[in-house]
Structures are given as structure tokens and as C-alpha cells.
Unconditional design. Structure first.
Lengths: 500, 500
């Protein structure tokens, strides 16, 4: 096999992988958007066949041989091919390190755990979920040991979800947030609460849907390649390549801004995905490089842009075309204040821009302690509630609104949460750097996302997975990550908003 | 390999085939319901990979060897397994008879032809489509010769779409229709036209959708396993097995009965599919046995049941719950008359119950002549228009509403049309036989489809592809097919309706 032939086979293999992930992605998407509710088992049968084939294609002997051959030719490969081989081999090495029967048992545990978690949340039944979570944390520790015995298990998982981070960097990140956000929040809460009456009313879903499509075009999405559907929990997915992207939202008829910010948030994810360079299509590089960078795009659009005064002034008259009576009295300033209320509560997904990072910090601290053995899973609810009281001043009413609220742990995603907060924080540095060449507020005030999107496309979107998150970030902003830029931004915004 | 092992492999293979056809069916379904409009090429890439794999699974050497081994053990197989082996080998034999390069060239021709046909129809441009249709008819003749050199080519294709029929049986079928329907239609047209004003008005799509869901449940569909979407052209599809079925409709806001009958028609297809015995799931027997039998279910629900006086009396008050003002003045009798107007027109898919078979007959006569060489493709438009004048008294305004109206020929479906008329005719014998044990009108008048569905499930639905269409039909009604039962039904219905 010549290197050239091997490269050809590598791309043919990636085309196959894309096709299978397209089919499986669509099956999932159909399941949460359109499929009749009794069809999950039937879909599961098909998923079983396709995932077996995908597994064979990803880790089969032909694939391993091909990738090892190419890894041996490393020096003669271009950067793109080198990265493809590295990423594909990394997955294989992980699969090889974990004994097959343990891997399969874990997949089955997760399917069961997700089901148990759903019911436990519904019925506020922590004891039902606890044994599953114990086994999940145990497995996370054990698997980390198989994959990288020298590394601390929690460090292993943090780095899996956001290449380059560990407990040391997370500790320093969260302590920087804690030191600034907690006192800031305390001062905010001493002031009278902002009113959100400007955004309340009765907003029919059909009108919100038409408004959503205009919003999507406004922020720069190409509706020929990005679709909108309705689901219980909003999400974004690519199907086959970045040429077919789907976002979803959920309409709350009493408040049009909830879906508006969902659409802008998911739209940020979709801009990142669809902004991938055309030549990355049908390769393993055709996706966001990490959860943190992905979230940095969605939260940048949602918060730094969407919850800005300039954008509020532009979007109100647009929204009024869809809701003329409901918004007859609203002013841009009232809208701006309504969508920036800082209000500590027990539920992460309902949190505002200021308190959100504290929700993440609590999860990080708890994961860290459970992974190290300092805290038992059985002690989690009490520890959870204690930290909510300590950092947010919130009394958690029950486990449904506490330790059982998120699906992540039930899905085995230990070490995943910090990327949410990192994503929020990255955005502050994009904004500071972007302002050097783009009149961001001027653009937002006239609803012109062109220069903003161009800046992000040039520095972030087009690269897909070509660089590590750290490389990509530093290339984009020309400096190291510094959480103080984010806390400065928050302090300035909330000081002005609340007249501190 | 023991027979037992071979059977096990046969079922594992069918599970794989179901998974691929699920994925490919869902990709198609997504394409016409939800996908953004610029995503076809991306979907095509995925379809290419999956269809190559499906082709390999269906016709690869392992599969051929397995099926030939089992065919050799024919006598020791149960009826179900024998039928599975027979149907799977039949497809393989056809594939083997056609030279691969000609088969691939034909598939590519069809993709192009479909595209050309769409544009030609839009632009009323017959000359653009003509050369494609010439090549399609040529190929149909040539392929029939490869597959069965002793058989007349058109007989070959008729039998492919509806096992057991040929030109001789079709000639006698259509002549029976012609001799009764044409004079009946002439008498109808001498009478004053029925009014359809009772069903006209303004019917919002959202209300029609809620009405559609009630209709689906009413006729006996299980909404946990049957979904409803909107498309340009209504259709029905099974995904993976009969446990996930989708129907689509198209809402005309000026007339609620158009979508109502679409839903009942597609619902009939879906009842047949989902009525398959549980143990047929994930086998090649898990679908309707032929187009004719499938259409006999959909048209039975749409016309024999849905356009009956008894059903109109039941459904009007139901519809009025969704459209109280629009239907305030309507009476059951006015509804019955409105949905049974016989009105010759140039377009098949808008035809009523009485004239519909004549549209099919025209296509049959033309296909027969082109296949035999008696008529050149170039002469089709003129011949088409002449037959519309002769049988329906209709002047075809242009080729868009004439020879270019249907997609079937562009898709290579030569010999497919007769099954539509056969499907209509089969229903009359179901109804006559069903009345012996079920009070059909009594059931319809109270909206109770239970006994009707039970009759059909017991005699037709549960068998999937286990029997040939002819066996299935005779088992169900206990007699041979007789088109006079259908023409008697039409004569009685229209004589009464129009007071002939």
C-alpha cells in the first residue's frame, strides 16, 4: 500500500462513517421530533444493526491497520491528514484499552440508567437512581485507569471533553469566577429586581415559529441548509455533514423571549457547524472541536450579542411585527432589562447569564470530590443542597430540582460540565478582540450580523477539528485564556444594569 | 451448514436488510417532510453509501449461497420460510439476468429522467422529456427480455407489479369496466350536476390537522405507531417494520374533504401495513403483497367506506366540532352528494370514483401499444388526448395536464397503473362478502370501525406477503375476481345518486 492509496482509503472510510452517523443522527432526530411515541423499540433494532456496523468500520482490523500504517508515515502527511489519523487512532486506542465485555456492560448500564433517571426525576426518587450513579462513577474511575493509568481519573475525563484542561486549570478558573461573581451577585440582590413584564403575554406558537425563521436568517443561517423543529429540550445536530444542520426550540406561549434565546443559542451552534470549510465535509474534522468551543459560540450569540442593549433595540420592532398587540407598550430598554434579570434559582437551564457559571461550579466541585473519593455518591444530595445555599443562597426544594435535574451523569458524562462555563468565559475574549476591528454594537443595532459572522468564520468556524481547542482559541484571540476578561464583562454589565 | 443454521442466518440477514431500508426510508421521508431544501446532495451521498451496502447484502455471494442452499431444502421448510426464500431469490435472479453495467446505467437514467420530467411538466415541455421516455420504454422491453425471454415484455412487467396478471386478463378487466362505466357516465352527465358547496369554505390547516388525527384514530390506526406529516403529494411508508408507519397529507384550505379523503386513503394503506402479524416484523414478508392489494385497502377505506352515505352522516357532526361556523348549514346528505360528484376532467389524481378507472384504462392502453411497438413514444401526446376525448369527453388543455401529469413513467414504472384500477375493483367484492357477517352501514353510521377492521385484519392484513395477491384475494372473499361486482356497485350507487 502506498501512502497515496492509504489516504484514498482513509477518505473512503470517512465517507462511510459519515453516512452511518447521518443515518443514526436522523433516527435520533426523528425520535425526538416526529416519530410516533410507541416506535422507540423499532428504532432501537435499526440502531443496533447500524451501530454494530459503525463500530466495525471504526475499530475493525482493516481500519486499525490502515491508521497504524498512516501513523507510521506521519511526517510525510499534511496537517489535515495528520490530524484525521490522530483523532481516529485516539478513539481506537481508548476502545482497545477498555475490555470489550466491560465496555458493552457499561453501554447497557447507561441505557438503563437513563431510563431510571427519567423516572426518578419525575418521581423525585433519588434512592432509585443512586445505585446507578455509583456504578457510573466507579466505571468512570476504572475506565480512566485503563486508558491512562498515570493520570488522575478526573483529569483524564476533563481532558477528554475539553482537550488541555485539568483540575488545576479548572480550580483556578472557577476560583476566579467565584471571587468576582459571588460578591457581584450579592450587590445585585440588594437592589430592587428588574421587571420582566415587558416580555410576558400570550404569544401563539405559530407566530413564534415565523419569528424564529426570521431570527435564524438574521443571525446569518442559510435556511436552505438549516432546519427548525420543535422538541421538549432544544438542541442542534449535523446530519452527514455541515451541509444539513437542524436546530430545535420549544415555544413557551407566555414569554416569547425563551424560544427567541433558544433559537439564537442553537443558532450559534449551527453557525459554527455550518461554517466548517467545504473541504472538511465527510471527514472526521467536520464538526466543532470541543464542547467548550461549541458552547462558546452558542453562548456568544445568546448572551454577548443577544442580550445586549444594541440587539434589544434592533429586535423589538422586528418582534412587534409578529406580536403587534402584545408588544405595543414595550420599549427596547424594558426588553433589555427584562432579559437580563439576575435571579438565583435551583435550576441550571433556567439560570441567567450571571448565576449560570455558579451552577456549573457546583457540579464541578461535586464531581471532583466524588471522583477523588472524598465524597460518597450517597452524600451527593445533601452536598448539592449545601452548595446551592452557600453560593446562590438558594434552598433546593427537592431532588427533582436538585441533584436529579440534569441528564448528564445518567449518560455517563462525568467531567463534561466545566466546558459550559469555559464556553461562557471564552466569549468575553472574542468580544474584546472583535471590537478592535468590528463595530459590534453598531452592527447589532442595525441587525447586520455580516461582519460579526465573518470575524468568527475566519478565526474559528472554518477550521472544524483541525486544531485543538487551546490552539484554536489562542489563534483566534491572539492571547491566552483569561477568566478575568469574562468577570470584568459581567461586572461592568451588571453594575450598569442594577446601578450598583 | 445445517438447515437450522441457515434459517438463523436468513433471519439475521433480514434484520440487517430492514435496518438499511429503515434508514433509507427515513432519509427519503425526511427529504420530503422536514429537510431544508438545499440538502438533497448531502442526503444523496449518504444514500449512495447505504444503498451500496444494501445491494451487497441483497445480492452478495454469501446471500446467494445461503438462499440457494435453502432453496435446495425447499421441501423441509415451513410455508413462511419457503416464501421468504422464494421472494428473495426472485429479486436476485432478476439482478443476475440484467448485465450490471446496463442496470447501473438505467438507474442513472431514471434519476436524470425524474429531474427532466419535473421541469418538463412545470414548463409544459414534452419534447424535453420524450427522448428519456423513449429510452425508458426501450429499457423496459430489453430488461423483460433478459429476465424472461419467452414472455411478452409487457406481460412480464404487469406480472412484476401484480403477480398473476397479464394483458389477456387486463383486456378483459378493462373491457368489462368500459362497457358499463362509459354508458353510465353518459347518463350521469345528462343530469344536473351535484353541488359541492356544502364542503367549500375556509378551513385553517391547523384545525384540519387536529381533525386528521381524530380521523386516524376513528378508522382504527394506533397513533403510538402511526405518524402524520404534510407533503406536496400524500403517501404512506413503513420504517423498519410495521411498528413505525407514517402517512402524509396535504391541506387545501378551501375544501376540508380533500385532505379528509387523503387521510382516509393513506390510512387504509397504513392499516394494511400495521395490521401485519407481529412475527412478520423484520422479515421481507412484513409489507403489503402487491400494489393492487395495497390500493384495494386504501380505496376501500376512501371510497366504499368513506364516500358512503352512512359515513357522511357520522362524520359531519365530528367535522363540525372543528369547523363549527363553516359547516353550520351543511347536512349529511349534502356532504354525501358533494363528495360523490362525477365530473370528467383531464387529471387522474383529481378524479372521482366513477371516472377514475377510465384514467387508468387510458394509461394501460397506451403502455400496451408502446410496448408492442404499435405506437411510438413520439405519438403518445396525440394518442393520450384522443383517448381522453373518446372515453371521458375531455379536451386536454396541454401536456402538463395530459401525458406529462404522472411521475410513474419517469420513474420506470411501466405496467404499474393497472393495479390502481384492480385495487378499486377488488373492494367491491370485499364489501359484498363483508356484509354477510358485518352490518357495515350500521358500523359506519356510529363511527365504529372495529368489526370492519377485524374482518380485514383476519382475512388480509395479518398475512403480509405470505400469499400471492391472487391467493390472498380468493382466500379473503371465497371466490374468483369478478369486475362485474365493481361495476354493479358503481351502477347502483350512481343511479341512486343522480336519479337515473
Amino acid at each position: 500500500m502506498t501512502t497515496e492509496e492509504a489516504i484514498e482509503r482513509l477518505y473512503a472510510l470517512q465517507k462511510k462513517l459519515s453516512a452511518y452517523s447521518h443515518a443514526m443522527g436522523l433516527l435520533n432526530y426523528d425520535g425526538v421530533t416526529t416519530a410516533p411515541k410507541g416506535t422507540a423499540a423499532n428504532r432501537g433494532e435499526t440502531m443496533g444493526v447500524l451501530s454494530e456496523e459503525l463500530y466495525r468500520l471504526t475499530t475493525g482490523p482493516d481500519t486499525v491497520e490502515l491508521l497504524e500504517f498512516l501513523a507510521g508515515q506521519r511526517e510525510s502527511l499534511g496537517q489535515k491528514d495528520r490530524r484525521i489519523v490522530y483523532l481516529m487512532l485516539k478513539d481506537i486506542r481508548r476502545m482497545q484499552a477498555i475490555p470489550m465485555e466491560e465496555y458493552i456492560a457499561y453501554q447497557m448500564l447507561l441505557v438503563e440508567a437513563d431510563d431510571v433517571w427519567h423516572k426518578a426525576k419525575e418521581q423525585n426518587d433519588w434512592p432509585a437512581f443512586r445505585p446507578y450513579l455509583e456504578r457510573i462513577f466507579d466505571t468512570a474511575r476504572r475506565f480512566a485507569g485503563y486508558c491512562n493509568p498515570e493520570k488522575d481519573p478526573y483529569d483524564y475525563w476533563l481532558n477528554e471533553f475539553e482537550e488541555g484542561i485539568d483540575q488545576k486549570s479548572c480550580d483556578s478558573f472557577f476560583s476566579a469566577l467565584r471571587e468576582r461573581i459571588i460578591p457581584l451577585l450579592r450587590r445585585v440582590l440588594e437592589k430592587p429586581q428588574l421587571s420582566d413584564s415587558a416580555v410576558l403575554g400570550s404569544f401563539p406558537a405559530a407566530d413564534q415559529e415565523r419569528f424564529s425563521l426570521e431570527l435564524m436568517e438574521l443571525i446569518g443561517l442559510d435556511l436552505d441548509h438549516v432546519g427548525l423543529s420543535v422538541t421538549e429540550h432544544p438542541f442542534t445536530t449535523s446530519l452527514g455533514s455541515h451541509l444539513d444542520e437542524r436546530i430545535t426550540t420549544h415555544y413557551h406561549e407566555d414569554n416569547f423571549t425563551k424560544s427567541m434565546f433558544s433559537v439564537i443559542h442553537e443558532g450559534g451552534h449551527a453557525l459554527y457547524d455550518t461554517g466548517s470549510a467545504p473541504e472538511l465535509a465527510r471527514t472526521v474534522l467536520d464538526c466543532g472541536v470541543s464542547m467548550g468551543i461549541h458552547e462558546s459560540q452558542s453562548r456568544f450569540f445568546e448572551n454577548f450579542l443577544g442580550r445586549s442593549r444594541a440587539f434589544c433595540s434592533y429586535i423589538l420592532p422586528v418582534a412587534r411585527r409578529y406580536f403587534p398587540e402584545q408588544l405595543a407598550q414595550a420599549t427596547p430598554e424594558a426588553l433589555y432589562r427584562a432579559v437580563n434579570r439576575a435571579q438565583p434559582g435551583p435550576v441550571r437551564i433556567e439560570a441567567d447569564e450571571l448565576t449560570y457559571p455558579l451552577h456549573i461550579m457546583i457540579r464541578y466541585e461535586l464531581e471532583k470530590q466524588v471522583m477523588s473519593g472524598a465524597l460518597a455518591v450517597a452524600e451527593l444530595p445533601e452536598a448539592w443542597n449545601r452548595l446551592y445555599k452557600k453560593y446562590l443562597g438558594v434552598d433546593v426544594p427537592d431532588d427533582r430540582h436538585g441533584v436529579l435535574q440534569d441528564s448528564h451523569w445518567a449518560g455517563g458524562l462525568i467531567g463534561y460540565f466545566p466546558s459550559y462555563a469555559l464556553g461562557s468565559a471564552y466569549g468575553a475574549q472574542y468580544l474584546r478582540r472583535m471590537r478592535e476591528s468590528v463595530d459590534v454594537d453598531g452592527c447589532l443595532a442595525k441587525g447586520d450580523f455580516g461582519p460579526i459572522d465573518a470575524w468568527l468564520r475566519e478565526r474559528i468556524w472554518r477550521f472544524g477539528c483541525l486544531y485543538t481547542p487551546g490552539e484554536l482559541f489562542r489563534n483566534a484571540v491572539g492571547e491566552d485564556f483569561d477568566p478575568n476578561v469574562f468577570t470584568d464583562y459581567l461586572e461592568q454589565k451588571y453594575t450598569e444594569l442594577y446601578g450598583l
